[in-house]
Design a protein around this ligand. Structure first.
Ligand code: ADP
Length: 447
């Protein structure tokens, strides 16, 4: 097992990882930018190193500085969290070259899944169902039109290097193809420095359902069920739940087994999420994330397993602590992402938290890196916390969520709590009937 883990992240996820390390008796090193000197993850770590000025490119994304921080603190492993360098294959490689363990999959698997065309190709070979589309990249309008003619409009032009919903354009007809191709390519080039694009059938009313997988890197793998992340704004998740209101036990088992089996064949190591769109009873692979997800606590709530602890065990060369038959699903969990943003305009609202009262009680978990008096810096993602509620049934979970939201007080800044208060009163949400477009339509109708 490791003696000391450096956590190359900030905010709630840095604290989350520290908690798992502490339970395992592993010392922790926090890194931080000058803007985060007062952050909770710095205060609670055993050791901390300032690695640069506020811009992430000069601190949290700066590999030489992270290596230096490992060197001076004697850390023997690095947990990247999510975002930042968590899906940077080169970072994983460089750590290995310096005899440091990257707590995550192999650089090869990160690289394959980071390229959406290669990822889809791999998924297909492993027996995972995919969205119909082009075989690989599309290089001309003529070729794009041929692919679209085969599967029918609308189609989606997507960036091979895509992420965060960027570089995606819909073409509703042949006439729109030229423009969709050009704008997707331009956006992809600007965002990722790679203008390679491919084409997929545009699904009209799918749900976003993802499967949590775990592998030991030696051919053993399990799945921990699904999360439904259909409530999205600008392709970004807002609320997640497990189990999905759209699936029954047999469907869950079937898609879960397909994913676990694929991970066994791949000899995948660590935590991963296989993302699907789900429409009319069919699953369509869209991508795989080779890291811990923001929404992992809903899976922890319904399975009882600590996913970060599991990541660390496996990275240290251990085997999985569970067999597939040990994993059972209990009750229902919902996560709300609390952002420092106006709940209507979604304009970021950094500043000082003058009052902080998180909810508590049975089945309520708050993962956050903030505290009363803390000043939220304007430089990073606006996620300041996650409220995760667990109940025996979906109904109990919703009642508890309503109660927990009403207890949550955050003063001094604006947050997305009022949005969740509204959402959990909507009949469609209460009944679990929503697709990936529901939230955008709701926000538009509300003005
Ligand atoms: P990113 O890596 O940029 O997040 P994804 O491939 O994961 O891109 O897609 C993000 C979101 O975009 C999905 O959750 C879904 O809402 C939408 N999307 C992606 N592919 C399709 C598709 N073929 N049809 C309809 N919507 C899609």
């Amino acid at each position: 097992m490791f003696d000391k883990v450096l956590i190359a992240n900030r905010g709630e996820i840095a604290l989350r990882i520290q908690r798992a390390c502490k339970e395992l008796g592993i010392a922790t090193v926090a890194v931080h930018s000058t803007a985060d000197a007062e952050a909770m993850h710095v205060r609670l770590a055993d050791d901390s190193v300032c690695i640069g000025p506020p811009p992430a490119s000069e601190s949290y994304l700066n590999i030489p500085r992270l290596l230096a921080a490992c060197e001076i603190t004697g850390a023997d492993a690095v947990h990247p969290g999510y975002g930042f360098l968590s899906e940077n294959a080169r970072f994983a490689e460089i750590l290995e070259e310096h005899n440091l363990t990257f707590i995550g999959p192999t650089s090869e698997h990160i690289r394959i899944m980071g390229d959406k065309i290669a990822a889809k190709d791999t998924a297909r070979r492993l027996g995972i169902p995919c969205v119909p589309g082009s075989d690989g990249a599309v290089t001309s309008e003529k070729q794009a039109l041929e692919v679209a003619a085969k599967m029918g409009f609308p189609v989606l032009v997507k960036a091979a290097a895509g992420g965060g919903g960027r570089g995606m354009k819909v073409a509703n007809s042949a006439a729109e193809m030229g423009l969709a191709l050009m704008t997707a390519k331009t956006e992809a080039k600007a965002a990722f420095g790679n203008d390679e694009v491919y084409i997929e059938k545009y699904l009209q009313k799918p749900r976003h359902i993802e499967i949590q997988v775990f592998g030991d890197g030696k051919g053993d793998a399990v799945h921990l069920g699904e999360r439904d992340c259909s409530l999205q704004r600008r392709h970004q998740k807002v609320l997640e739940e497990a189990p999905s209101p759209a699936l029954n036990a047999a469907q869950r088992l079937k898609i879960g087994e397909t994913c676990a089996d694929a991970m066994r064949k791949l000899k995948y190591r660590g935590a991963g999420t296989i993302e699907f769109l789900y429409e009319d009873g069919e699953f369509y692979f869209i991508e795989m994330n080779t890291r811990l997800q923001v929404e992992h606590p809903v899976t922890e709530a319904v399975t009882g397993y600590d996913l970060v602890l599991e990541q660390i065990r496996v990275a240290a060369g251990g085997s999985l602590s569970m067999r597939q038959e040990d994993i059972t699903f209990s009750g229902h969990a919902i996560e709300c992402r609390i952002n420092a943003e106006n709940a209507r305009t979604f304009r970021p609202s950094p500043g000082q938290i003058t009052y902080w009262h998180p909810p508590g009680g049975l089945g309520v978990r708050v993962d956050s890196g903030v505290y009363q008096g803390y000043r939220i810096p304007p430089y990073y993602d606006s996620l300041i916390g996650k409220l995760i509620v667990h109940g025996k049934t979906r109904n109990e979970c919703l009642m508890r969520l309503r109660r927990a939201l009403s207890e949550f007080v955050i003063d001094g800044i604006e947050t997305t709590i009022p949005l969740f208060n509204e959402l959990i009163r909507q009949p469609d949400i209460v009944n679990g009937v929503y697709d990936i477009h529901w939230l955008e339509k709701f926000l538009k109708a509300e003005g």
